[in-house]
Design a protein around this ligand. Structure first.
Ligand SMILES: CC(C)(COP(=O)(O)OP(=O)(O)OC[C@H]1O[C@@H](n2cnc3c(N)ncnc32)[C@H](O)[C@@H]1OP(=O)(O)O)[C@@H](O)C(=O)NCCC(=O)NCCS
Length: 169
């Protein structure tokens, strides 16, 4: 397996990655922010440009997106925010990830958070803020597995966002 940036040769694999979520009835893919209408050229230029501060939508901060690739298939995605604004400090955190439904419970989410922490380490961040819904058992396990220490949760109108500080190795 490898952790990779999206590239031109991933066009088929991206379509298959997105279709996997669709088949499972999951309309939103957390951490994968490419617009479905974009060409592969646009995906590569924009998503990779965000990490260098290019093509950022209004109000966004630079972020790095990486995929978990195995045998030519993209199985999961991680998005790492380089800095946090007030809203992300409350609700979004530094790192988001998604594993395609057909590849869950194989340790890929755990590997994606490790990859995200490595990106933060390279940026000189030593504590990552991670957030997830109170009922997201998988994500809570992943965060705890990386040494996450709970900090004040945020009560939303429609639920509770748990927040953790995770040491960056
Ligand atoms: C949450 C998610 C990323 C987990 O990915 P995954 O690759 O299945 O996770 P892993 O295989 O690394 O599992 C990590 C741990 O969580 C446990 N786990 C994973 N999914 C679980 C579930 N649905 N219920 C209970 N435990 C679960 C695993 O058993 C494992 O436990 P262990 O550390 O004791 O061995 C994945 O379900 C997903 O993409 N969900 C939709 C998007 C999402 O919620 N992203 C996170 C936003 S904060």
């Amino acid at each position: 397996m490898s952790i990779v940036a999206v590239a031109m040769h991933h066009e088929r694999a991206i379509k298959e990655f997105e279709a996997d979520f669709e088949r499972a009835g999951e309309s939103r893919i957390p951490a994968w922010f490419a617009d479905p209408s974009w060409s592969q050229e646009d995906r590569v230029a924009r998503v990779n440009g965000w990490s260098e501060g290019r093509f950022l939508p209004a109000g966004w901060k630079p972020c790095t997106t990486r995929f978990y690739e195995r045998a030519g298939e993209l199985l999961g995605v991680v998005n790492v925010r380089h800095v946090l604004d007030e809203r992300m400090r409350r609700l979004g955190g530094h790192v988001g990830y998604s594993v395609r439904p057909s590849a869950r419970r194989q340790g890929i989410g755990t590997a994606l958070l490790a990859a995200g922490l490595e990106v933060l380490g390279d940026l000189g961040v030593d504590q990552a803020l991670l957030t997830c819904d109170q009922d997201n058992t998988g994500s809570i396990r992943i965060i705890e597995g990386h040494g996450g220490v709970p900090t004040a949760p945020v009560v939303r109108e429609d639920g509770i966002t748990l927040r953790f500080w995770v040491p960056v190795p």
